[in-house]
Write a new protein. Sequence first.
Length: 274
Amino acid sequence: MLLGSQLRRLREARGITREKAGYSIRASESKISRMELGRVSFKTRDVEDLLTLYGITDDAERESLLSLAREANVAGWWHSYTDVLPSWFPTYVGLEGAASLIRVYEVQFVHGLLQTEEYARAVVRRGMKGASPADVERRVALRLERQKHLFADGAPEFHIVLDEAALRRPYGDRAVMRGQLQHLIDISERPNVRLQVMPFSFGGHSGESGAFAILSFPDADLSDVVYLEQLTSALYLDKREDVAQYEQALKELQQDSPGPDESRDLLRGLLQLS
């Protein structure tokens, strides 16, 4: 994505159309569009030809961008799990790992970054009916591996609004749900985590369209991305007007939900009832 955004900036600065850029590397206009969005891999020769077309002759600048191209083609750790993942999800895991701010609204179940191992296993079993025990465990292992990013040095800010429905819908037995609620209470104390609960008592709210995530990145050249998961695919939205609508919806959810301290009290109340 970073390389794609840099290439787009260079192309637009020279007033070159995507069609002309595509012609220079024997590709279509849509291929250039996918490259600039970071949706396809990069051939070093193509990047070299585009840099020449865009008038980039400085050796240091060219090498910096070519180095990005080489890094972009290195498979991430999550690629070893592609045998048990839907085709659209590895892209999300990569974006999640690169994000400096992750903002989420979740309604069906606790978000994957906050799930306990036992709760995650119950969720995966429910969603992968008929899967072998080995495949279930690999999905759980991936989820736990993703969570390390939330505790690592330089961890992203994670802001989440959990609908109360996600907390009351049981996955696993009573012990699993109690463990999950306690985990949410504990993790909500972390300085990089802001957890709020949208209670049933509020009624209708701005999250009526369902769960979504907004990913923001440390590089100013990268636009925010909205992730929407569907039954057989996922959408990645990065147009400014689309992102703005989801940002407004999340802002309203945060304003309308109890704050982190009050939400923690709500979690404690649910734990006592469970």
